[in-house]
Design a protein around this ligand. Structure first.
Ligand SMILES: Cc1cc2nc3c(=O)[nH]c(=O)nc-3n(C[C@H](O)[C@H](O)[C@H](O)COP(=O)(O)OP(=O)(O)OC[C@H]3O[C@@H](n4cnc5c(N)ncnc54)[C@H](O)[C@@H]3O)c2cc1C
Ligand code: HEM
Length: 399
């Protein structure tokens, strides 16, 4: 347990962390990866290089400093990070490595020496925070392997079917090579896929949301052509090829069974978790509205699937948005709106401002939607999001 003096020292370092946190974690990652390049098997190199992973960690440290006397308030965020850690196979033996390099970076960037009170307080605090993560993650890993059909880390999956959904989107149907039944998963969760790419010294790990409800024999993911790994999956991975895949993780799932309306708001590849979520809401007979925006050639990728969801639900609406649609209106059951997702369209579909809001897309899209919803008076506990970049805590600051 931390002493009052240690808690004060940490809280006093919060402004410094806010101002210099990104610099701190950038130095931390550079030094750590130089000494432990094998960590590139787990980290997404793009997120490290474009700064989104350093920013996510810096924001978490800042929040930890602010809440050091009431860490339990951070539990929802800790759980979300723990899901990511389990998905990328973080091990308890790796926490001292991260702790060592973080403290070394604090010395270097903040000019602290070994005996400085602030440094000693952070060393103690890191151990406490690390132990919280280790305990939660051990429990989650244990639950994974205990589940019928469950496994630890990754196991081989065969690409059973590859389906072009639109110019930019391809669905992969992944079946366990050992043909075992898949453990239950919740709509909205994601898996980690490891790509063993030619010319790369380490495997490239990426997360992909499951783009359908539970099916016992396959995971379906839908990948947008975007960069390194997604292009490799599109161009090089064919039916019959094998990928290493983790069990599903993630907290972006429907809230408890409720008759409250659910709003699903997505852009681009953010549509993927929404497909399983709308099917689940329709199955529960829960009123829902989905609004999705994408490029003209991609926005209707799942229209047929959405039509059958709406045919089975008397309380659902699905609106596809693109500014280049010739006009707004209904073709079949799915509606089309000739606009981007903005405040007017959100206001027009909302029923008395009540309900749960689920957002998914790029970090920029997610932040913009959170901002609009907050302006419209939606309570933060009713806003749930999955961001397809490593920035969970950053968006939490917006919330
Ligand atoms: C929980 C979760 C679920 C996800 N679900 C899905 C999903 O269902 N479907 C899906 O398609 N994706 C999903 N993603 C995103 C996915 O994990 C990958 O990030 C995505 O496929 C891009 O990876 P990549 O290797 O192809 O691109 P990368 O090579 O990693 O590049 C990512 C982006 O950064 C840009 N970029 C790369 N390097 C630079 C640079 N030096 N300067 C400027 N820009 C650069 C690229 O152009 C690209 O737009 C999800 C992410 C998370 C965290
Ligand atoms: C107390 C210590 C730690 C904190 C506070 C922390 C914090 C975070 C945060 C905030 C994220 C982003 C989560 C998200 O995208 O939703 C993350 C992701 C991640 N963490 Fe940690 N982490 C810690 C320890 C570790 C350790 C010990 C490892 C082991 C190497 C590790 C490896 C990773 C990896 C690989 C990711 C995914 C990054 C990506 O590629 O996008 N973390 N962590």
């Amino acid at each position: 347990m931390l002493s009052t003096g240690q808690m004060n020292a940490i809280q006093q370092s919060a402004p410094l962390l806010k101002a210099e946190g990104t610099k701190l974690v950038t130095v931390f990652y550079q030094n750590m990866i130089r000494q432990h390049p094998e960590l590139l098997n787990q980290f997404n190199k793009t997120n490290l290089m474009n700064g989104s992973q350093p920013e996510a960690l810096a924001a978490t440290l800042y929040q930890a400093a602010l809440h050091i006397d009431r860490l339990e308030e951070l539990l929802p965020a800790v759980k979300q990070i723990a899901h990511k850690h389990v998905s990328v196979m973080v091990k308890k033996e790796q926490y001292p490595i991260v702790g060592h390099h973080l403290i070394e970076a604090m010395k270097e960037v903040f000019g602290l020496n070994e005996q400085d009170d602030t440094l000693l307080a952070w060393k103690a605090a890191y151990d406490i925070i690390a132990n919280i993560f280790i305990a939660i993650e051990a429990e989650m890993m244990d639950e994974n392997v205990k589940q019928k059909g469950g496994w630890a880390d990754v196991k081989p999956f065969v690409i059973k079917k590859k389906k072009q959904e639109s110019p930019a989107l391809i669905s992969f149907y992944l079946v366990p090579e050992d043909e075992s039944e898949l453990p239950m998963y919740e709509a909205g969760q994601y898996i980690t896929v490891q790509a063993d790419m030619p010319g790369e010294a380490y495997v490239c790990s990426r997360q992909y949301s499951l783009s359908d409800q539970y099916h016992p024999s396959y995971y379906r993911i839908t990948v947008k052509r975007d960069g390194h790994v997604s292009t490799f999956l599109h161009d090089e991975m064919e039916e019959g090829d094998v990928l290493q895949v983790s069990m599903s993780q993630g907290t972006f799932c429907l809230q408890e069974d409720t008759k409250e309306p659910a709003y699903f708001i997505s852009a681009g590849s953010g549509v993927t978790p929404m497909i399983g979520l709308v099917k689940t809401a329709a199955h529960r007979n829960q009123p829902f509205t989905m609004i999705h925006a994408d490029r003209l050639e991609d926005v209707t990728a799942f229209e047929k699937e959405f039509e059958s969801v709406l045919a089975s639900s008397s309380h659902g609406r699905i609106i596809l948005c693109n500014e280049q649609f010739e006009q707004s209106g209904k073709g079949g059951l799915v509606e089309k709106a000739a606009c981007r997702i903005d405040r007017p369209i959100l206001q027009s579909v909302m029923r008395e401002g009540k309900g749960q809001f689920y957002l998914c897309g790029s970090p920029t899209f997610t932040q913009e939607m959170i901002h609009i919803l907050k302006e419209m008076g939606i309570p933060e506990q009713n806003i749930h999001f999955e961001s397809f970049g490593g920035q969970s805590m950053k968006e939490m600051e917006v919330v």
